[in-house]
Design a binder for this molecule. Structure first.
Ligand SMILES: [Zn+2]
Ligand SMILES: [Zn+2]
Length: 491
């Protein structure tokens, strides 16, 4: 089966062995092992499922068939939850109630679970349906709503003065939503070999005085090579097309991205009962379409590891060749828990949806607060006038013969703009993101190093190496090309 005829990696993919990891859970009812009741709902205080009759709590079970030793990964292993979405797949599933025998219709557009109308038993869909609604694993909510409310209140409270007045009036954490967002978790068993040149600072010195003052740098140029094995554990990427669009002008999706990482090592086998009382957003992106982005991010992580190993090159590294090979990978579809506050700001005919998000495992919080732009402009202008005038006065009355002083004047002249930029970024957090290249778990082994002195360079004018590229990322910029897109569902 191949519905992606233009995939350039097709040959490669065909040669790889794809192993399916099956979820053993069946549809219908999960019953309490102590008393047999089907009334199993999540306890928001512990994240575990609890029987509403006998109050027994259960630990979730790990998904079977997942390879733990990432060094053993060869080819591709994929959870059944990562299967392509079939356009027009039926969202409605009919189940036979295990308690009373009635036929119960579950519309998975609303939720993958429902109560039997006759006996009130909870019925749930746990095996795969081809609409992206059922993942392989889930990480249950562990942060209670009150804690998330407090986090959101604190975050917004610290951004009160310049907040938009309508927002201030309407802000309440009463209606925050617990949402399971869809992600793909990717493990990689990889090999990387990077080679290029690096510079190490030997000394810096200043010559001349006054306006002719100049700083020079002496540096040693090396040939650098890093050749190593690397395993990468649970690279986490959004699988809803809305959430993937982190530069959107209408939704602050980068906020939700930035509260990663999650403790994904504690994911358990998916069971629909965990969703009771929470919302969920459905996966609408095919995992195959994410392949280029995943490969690029895995490579970025390896590149970051090489940089971490070559800290000696404090003026930078210019990699000239970057070989990267994925020997094996493992893919699982997951639901991860987020408490979400959202607020729609309307400016004329422009609408921006601001989020404040709390990671419901680690409590990491990030948000975007709408700004009172006229007030911020006014204060920035006042600062600009006062500091600019002061700067001008000092500039005219002080003999300028010093670099440091010129920088001081420059700061004074730009004070209003600097203030504006500082407040804007503090309230809106537009550049907040999950620093995947650093925050994803990894293990480097069999490191082989080449560090060969090539040249003593003297009298360089740049404080950093020219053409350095050790910080360039490709995964962030890799767009996800969708084959088709019809539905975006947020319930
Ligand atoms: Zn029970
Ligand atoms: Zn029933």
């Amino acid at each position: 089966m191949n519905n992606n005829p233009i995939n350039p990696n097709e040959k490669e993919v065909k040669n790889e062995q794809t192993i399916e990891i099956n979820n053993s859970k069946k549809n219908n009812q999960m019953k309490c092992p102590s008393c047999g009741a089907s009334e199993l709902v999540p306890n928001p205080k512990t994240g575990k499922l609890r029987c509403n009759y006998c109050y027994t709590e259960f630990d979730g079970k790990e998904l079977e068939g997942v390879e733990k030793n990432l060094k053993k990964l060869k080819g591709k292993r994929k959870g059944t939850g990562t299967k392509n979405i079939k356009e027009g797949a039926n969202d409605v599933v009919t189940l036979k109630c295990g308690s009373c025998g009635a036929e119960v219709v579950i519309d998975t557009q609303n939720a993958p679970h429902a109560r039997c109308h006759w006996c009130r038993s909870i019925l749930s869909i746990n095996s795969q349906i081809e609409n992206g609604a059922i993942p392989d694993v889930i990480l249950p909510f562990q942060t209670p709503k009150e804690v998330a409310q407090q986090k959101i209140n604190d975050f917004v409270g610290k951004r009160n003065f310049f907040a938009n007045p309508t927002f201030k009036k309407e802000f309440t954490t009463e209606n925050i939503m617990g949402v399971y967002f869809p992600y793909v978790l990717v493990d990689g068993n990889c090999h990387a070999k990077l080679s290029g040149k690096g510079e190490h600072l030997v000394r810096s010195y200043t010559t001349g005085s006054g306006d002719n003052k100049k700083t020079y740098y002496d540096a040693d140029l090396y040939k650098v090579e890093r050749d190593f094995d690397i395993t990468i554990d649970d690279l986490t990427i959004e699988t809803n097309s809305n959430r993937l669009d982190k530069t959107s002008n209408t939704q602050t999706n980068n906020i939700i991205n930035s509260i990663m990482p999650f403790d994904t090592e504690n994911c358990i086998e998916y069971q629909s009962n965990y969703l009771i009382g929470y919302s969920s957003e459905r996966r609408d992106v095919n995992i195959d379409d994410l392949e280029a982005k995943v490969n690029a991010e895995l490579k970025d992580i390896a590149k970051y590891a090489a940089k971490e190993d070559a800290k000696f090159y404090d003026r930078g590294i210019k990699w000239e060749s970057e070989d990267f090979k994925i020997i094996g990978s493992q893919w699982l579809a997951a639901y991860l828990p987020v408490w979400l506050y959202s607020y729609q700001e309307v400016k004329g005919n422009k609408k921006v949806l601001h989020y404040v998000a709390v990671n419901a495992r680690t409590n990491e919080t990030m948000g975007s607060v709408p700004i009172n732009t006229p007030l911020l402009l006014l204060i920035s202008t006042i600062i600009e006038i006062i500091c600019g005038t002061l700067g001008l006065f000092l500039f005219l009355t002080t003999a300028s013969d010093d670099n440091d002083k010129s920088i001081g004047f420059l700061l004074l002249f730009a004070a209003g703009f600097i203030f504006y930029g500082y407040i804007y970024s503090r309230y809106r957090n537009k550049s907040a993101r999950h620093v995947y290249e650093k925050e994803t778990k990894k293990e480097v082994t069999n490191m082989k190093r080449v560090d060969e002195l090539l040249e003593h360079k003297k009298g360089l004018r740049n404080s950093m190496m020219e053409g350095r590229n050790e910080n360039e990322l490709i995964g962030e910029k890799t767009e996800v090309v969708r084959q088709k897109k019809e539905k975006n569902i947020l319930k």
